[in-house]
Ligand binder design. Structure first.
Ligand code: SF4
Length: 365
């Protein structure tokens, strides 16, 4: 890291030692910490973006059983990949994992680049992930700065720079970079991650009584912990209403694939159209799809919140007959293999229940 004249008061150098001592006693026991294999570190870091540790654990285990190394990830079929990711959200992360795996296989002979810059050049790897993998797997003395670390740095320094602005991010990243020890960079970065996850918590009062850095923290000294970090106001989310169709035909349900680009790209979904329609209005598009309603069985409402948009959904479960040539008609077994995003979780559950009711009575129980 380039040493230049700092434009801010540096964080106390004693932070590093106290943090490492605390980490030796309190580190979280997590499956991806059992080795420093860059593949494992990388997959876990990507899964943990925007997702809680407890939610990631079963996905990580399943993923490592199915795809134990970068070669397996590069070669896996897309539907299988998406199925392994189903429910984690932000599906472009899974696609980028595979794109990067292919680059590692084709351009690097199956070995991960071992520098921050080399890792940063891979698809889907930003500064944080490159820093985490470079420091944990390759012992490079670089920081890994995410929202948790920005929050800690803002509180330690009690600086009111906006952590969401490029300038604020740069400032706090530089402050943390000064503290990374050359002998234990991976431990240092993981210690900050653990401190942010268990002690210096977001939203509400941090647990300063348990914090190894309390005596060095400017926000704590001033009793102003919750004034930091400063963030600009988020834009309000866009609201979208839609009518979802759970179309049952002879023991199968209609699905279609989403566009290859954009939100939830390439995943499977139940047909839907914009707007909230009454049952009578919802019958209109069936004709266009070559379908005739036989029995309207259920109305199900659901809501899903993404980062920038909220979906407010009204769904109809109904029996139909006809061609429905625009759709893939999935039986219960196919429904288990196709990746349907968690935005449709309530409808997926209803579809499975409806299909299960139709199972032949002669099936073994
Ligand atoms: S003393 Fe409190 S505010 Fe300061 S770093 Fe520790 S937990 Fe965070």
């Amino acid at each position: 890291m380039k040493k230049e004249q700092l434009q801010y008061p540096p964080l106390p150098p004693a932070v590093t030692g106290r943090l490492l001592d605390w980490y030796s006693m309190h580190r979280r026991d997590l499956p991806w910490r059992e080795s420093t294999d860059p593949y494992r570190v990388w997959v876990s870091e990507i899964m943990l973006q925007q997702t809680r540790v407890a939610a990631v654990l079963p996905y990580y285990r399943r993923w490592m059983e199915a795809l134990p190394d970068v070669a397996a990830l590069a070669a896996v079929e897309e539907d299988r990949l998406m199925k392994l990711w189903e429910g984690l959200g932000y599906y472009s992360r899974a696609r980028n994992l595979q794109r990067a795996a292919k680059v590692v296989m084709e351009d690097h002979g199956g070995r991960f680049p071992d520098t921050f810059e080399g890792l940063r050049a891979l698809p889907g790897i930003g500064d944080y992930t490159a820093g985490a993998v470079a420091s944990i797997a390759f012992h490079r003395p670089v920081p890994a700065v995410d929202g948790n670390v920005l929050r800690i740095a803002a509180r330690l320094s009690a600086l009111g720079e906006d952590i969401l602005s490029p300038g604020g991010r740069r400032l706090f990243t530089d402050m943390v970079a000064e503290l990374v020890p050359p002998d234990r960079p991976g431990d240092f970065n993981q210690a900050l991650m653990d401190l942010g996850a268990t002690v210096c918590l977001p939203n509400g009062q941090p647990d300063c009584g348990s914090c190894p850095l309390a005596a060095l923290c400017a926000a704590h000294a001033a009793g102003r912990e919750t004034d930091f970090p400063v963030k600009r106001k988020k834009q309000a989310r866009r609201r979208e209403e839609m009518t979802v169709y759970l179309l049952l035909r002879e023991g199968r349900i209609a699905l279609r694939r989403r566009e290859a680009r954009g939100l939830l790209a390439g995943l499977w979904e139940f047909p839907h159209i914009p707007g909230t329609l009454t049952e009578e209005e919802a019958a209109g598009p069936l004709d266009r799809w070559g379908l005739t309603p036989l029995q309207w069985r259920q109305r199900i409402t659901a809501r899903h919140i993404f980062t920038h948009v909220e979906w407010h959904m009204t769904g109809y479960l109904l029996e139909v007959r006809g061609t429905g040539a625009d759709f893939t008609w999935a039986d219960p077994a196919a429904l288990e293999t196709l990746a349907v995003p968690s935005a449709f979780a309530k409808y997926l559950e209803a579809a499975k229940a409806a299909l299960a009711q139709r199972r032949p009575a002669s099936s073994p129980s």
